[in-house]
Design a binder for this molecule. Structure first.
Ligand code: 9WN
Length: 455
């Protein structure tokens, strides 16, 4: 029987473990310098070169890091993002900085055309969303640096966070079973995960002929470490289809070629309700409805996305009605749900501890983003193998919530060691720990600070 500890989404203190103390002061200085260099007046860019605008779930993770350095920036980061919230409640996955040229990132503001859409903000944005980790992050950051100013900021964010949840749980419940669907792999945050191979394979690419646009990402990062041109053709085709309908969600089930219920996206949505319950209590609002919604989302997630035959969670492709077969790290992320039943927690622990992912109290290698034993495991290519700080951080939170501090510590230490050796890279080779992608990546720095605060 799994021991439940602490209130929901509340990390419990990590007890001392038998490993020699290390001096991480140099690492803290590196993380601080990385965040300072990426600060852009009211938000933080994920990377100056690859991602020179504001990204939605990046800002949530980055806000946690600022709580350790300059708490006022936590609230600036989140507030600036939510100022770009659409009237329907969606929080766009990119908020474009008007002083950065259209060509600096593809697809840029002209491609998305958001300012032509009724209900979109004056500031140009994308039309997609990303996993709703913001309530969880806001609560976590507030707990790291509680203050009157922080409580007031939480109070102002609260209705916007509620509207974000409302958008996802109503307009995006395309399967009608209480879960949100994503309409593009970019919405998962794990863009080229093998989880999307099957649903993406049927997306027609003729609307996005390769060569009709210029990818900017491969100017700044190795093409072999990024999604392929065929992936991009499909990404572009999907945006084109969604944009053609004015980014409306009505009737998507009849007309959109990619509709998937993602375990991480929905686990984030459930954990957000648990965090909103904590926030509501803190600011004098009613936590009850949030607790009830959290419970409903967890039940739906287990019913719809857990496969007892594989013992892990899989995305559900609404076009076929089937679970997609790949065993990716997405399958482990429902552990962030405080009310996940013991049976599924145990299953996740078994999957995570298998040779596929190698979770242990002492780990020689960081957690990969895809099953190490799979034929399509690619240790260099983005979300098809490499290790990422944000996923590590989320799963560590879940392990603490469910009473597994030694595993949580092993997981955190494996990632801290990679950053200590390679620097604040975007992602890491899951076998060697070598740094990949952007060498000065904000959420790596931000969440490193959070991990070090407990190490
Ligand atoms: C597309 C900013 C974002 C992250 C995503 C990551 C990557 C963008 C890209 O960078 O996606 O949104 O251009 O590849 O996959 O998780 O939010 O860091």
């Amino acid at each position: 029987m799994v021991e439940r500890v602490g209130p929901p989404v509340e990390p419990v203190p990590t007890p001392a473990v038998d490993r020699p103390p290390r001096d991480y002061s140099g690492l803290v200085a590196l993380a601080r310098a990385t965040l300072e260099a990426n600060w852009a007046q009211e938000h933080t860019v994920p990377s100056r070169t690859l991602y020179p605008h504001q990204w939605s779930w990046d800002s949530a993770f980055i806000a946690i890091g600022w709580a350790h350095l300059r708490p006022e920036r936590t609230w600036s980061e989140l507030t600036s993002l939510f100022e770009a919230q659409w009237r329907d409640g969606r929080v766009p996955h990119i908020v474009f900085n008007p002083v950065v040229s259209d060509e600096a990132y593809f697809p840029g503001p002209r491609f998305w055309g958001s300012t032509l859409i009724e209900g979109a903000p004056a500031r140009a944005t994308s039309g997609l969303v990303q996993p709703p980790v913001h309530a969880l992050a806001a609560w976590h950051a507030y707990r790291r640096a509680p203050s009157e100013r922080g409580r007031a900021a939480l109070g102002r964010l609260y209705p916007r966070l509620v509207a974000q949840q409302h958008y996802l749980s109503s307009r995006r419940d395309l399967g009608g079973a209480g879960l949100a669907s994503i309409v593009h792999p970019w919405e998962s945050g794990l863009d080229n995960s093998p989880a999307w191979d099957e649903p993406l394979a049927v997306v027609p690419t003729e609307e996005a002929v390769p060569g009709a646009y210029r990818r900017r990402d491969i100017v700044h990062a190795a093409a072999a470490h990024r999604p392929t041109d065929l992936d991009y053709a499909r990404y572009v085709a999907l945006v084109t289809a969604y944009r053609a309908g004015g980014y409306r969600d009505e009737d998507l089930a009849d007309r959109h070629p990619f509709l998937v219920e993602c375990p991480l996206f929905n686990a984030a949505m459930g954990a957000a309700e648990s965090a909103l319950a904590q926030i509501a209590r803190e600011i004098g609002a009613d936590p009850g409805p949030h607790h009830r919604r959290a419970a409903r989302i967890t039940t739906a997630l287990v019913d719809r996305l857990y496969d007892p035959r594989t013992g892990t969670f899989h995305p559900r492709d609404l076009r076929t009605g089937r679970l997609t077969p790949a065993r990716t790290v997405l399958g482990l992320t429902p552990v962030i749900l405080p009310d996940l039943p013991a049976e599924q927690v145990e299953a996740i622990l078994a999957e995570a501890g298998s040779s596929r992912f190698g979770l242990a109290a002492r780990m020689a290698r960081p957690l990969p983003s895809h099953d190490r034993t799979a034929a399509d495991f690619e240790p260099l290519r983005y979300w098809r193998g490499p290790s990422w700080m944000n996923i590590t951080w989320l799963i560590r939170c879940g392990l603490l919530t469910h009473g597994h501090p030694r595993l949580a510590d092993g997981l955190a230490t494996s990632m801290i060691e990679a950053v200590a050796t390679a620097g604040c890279h975007e992602y890491f080779h899951p076998e060697t720990g070598a740094g990949l992608g952007s060498p000065a990546f904000s959420w790596t720095a931000a969440l490193l600070l959070d991990l070090l605060a407990e190490t």
